[in-house]
Design a protein around this ligand. Sequence first.
Ligand code: MN
Length: 287
Amino acid sequence: MKLCRFGEGRLGLVEGTVVRDVTAALEVLPAYRYPLPGFDPMIANLDKVVARARAIAAEAPAQPVSSVSLLSPVANPGKIACAPLNYQKHVDEVRSDAQIHHNQAATMAPIQTAGLFLKATSALVGPGQGIALRKLDRRNDHEVELAVVIGKTANNVRASEGYEYVAGYAIGLDITIRGPEERSLRKSSDSYAVVGPWLVTADEVPDPANLNLRIAVNGEERQNSNTKYLILGVPELIAFASSFYTLYPGDIIITGTPEGVSPIQPGDVISAYIERIGTMDVTVRAA
Ligand code: MN
């Protein structure tokens, strides 16, 4: 199932080029009162939401998916964990390009040494909201990545069991200001975490370790790779992350970008694709 969020908090079921408004399926969610949970309520109750969405889909109003403004399919992730250097050819390009590594080449270690970083949840947007670039005097880059949405609480999970904790997948754009500061600062500006265009439930992605992914800017291809080149794959990332902290339903892991990162400017249109997920177009503007 492909579940999207659109408009003013609507929930949609995507079928081909059409989206059905199944917002009423959210009525299965428990009523939460302050203090709100630190996990995403829809993802924590995804089985119930999906069952209700299926039940009401035939009667639900439909419209072209191209006519709606898509939000992040996860509204309230507790955290966005990111893999910094998780494709060898990207490690190589970072180490060889001073405009990317900013005199930190020696510390640009592969993921097993570098570990993960966090993007602020306030950076999260959907493709319909676009990217608002800051620090226009510096280089801002696109990074296309497979995004994994955690489906159930995961703590000290073994890699051999990692896939059991996945709710589904989406495309993630890890937009990045290049420079000397900590990654979490340079990659956490508002709108610098684009997730979408929808959540594809894990049952529709039989082999997440073999997905083509690519990105074009203004129609010109910049990155084109496959998740088979991930240094740490999806289950290994879940094991690694959950050895440091508990992962909760709705937490997002952005798995790292392949080679080909390059600058973006206000006015650009980005088109990102991942096999079995789809394509999302995102416009870039000045903040
Ligand atoms: Mn990245």
